[in-house]
Design a protein around this ligand. Sequence first.
Ligand code: CTP
Ligand code: MG
Length: 171
Amino acid sequence: MTTIRLPMMGLVVLIGTTGSGKSTFAATHFGPFETVSSDYCRGLVADDVNDQSASTAAFDLLHHIVGVRLARGRFTVVDATNLTRSARASLIALAKEHDVLPSALVLDVPTQVAIQRHQARTDRPFGVDVIRRQRAQVPRGVGALRKEGFRNVYLLDSEQEIADVEIVRTP
Ligand code: CTP
Ligand code: MG
């Protein structure tokens, strides 16, 4: 069992490829309003959670919602791949702006697992090459993410580890 400690006054950034289990993990451990997802925001601005051409608008909205929640002191989790340094930097900046601690939670499963899950889905209309490319972007070290500004960094790098997690919110 891995105990993950997350500051109650905080922003949690999930990081992982498509199919790594971010949304499943969020639904298991966090409240429905605590989690703000890029898919949901794409849906709100484009009526289509897969419309990549809506990404700029969707992330504007996501950042806005996250900012409003943090301004109101609400614990907030970002469910998006967050695989690029710039995606993470904008979230770290939001946390700083609102004086809360940013935590990073990396969900890393073998590429084959993500691919198998992807192939079992009918709601993701892109090829598996995307997953291979994304997997290469998954941060492997705690140090680099700390350097980016994340206060707490957790790397969960197997299905078992992801399943055996206990989340404790700290004051
Ligand atoms: N899944 C699974 N076992 C898990 C976690 C997820 O079988 N332990 C399945 C889910 O039911 C879903 C697929 O794998 O069909 C992808 O999981 P999801 O949580 O949706 O992954 P995300 O990382 O959120 O993927 P995306 O970035 O595409 O939203
Ligand atoms: Mg998801």
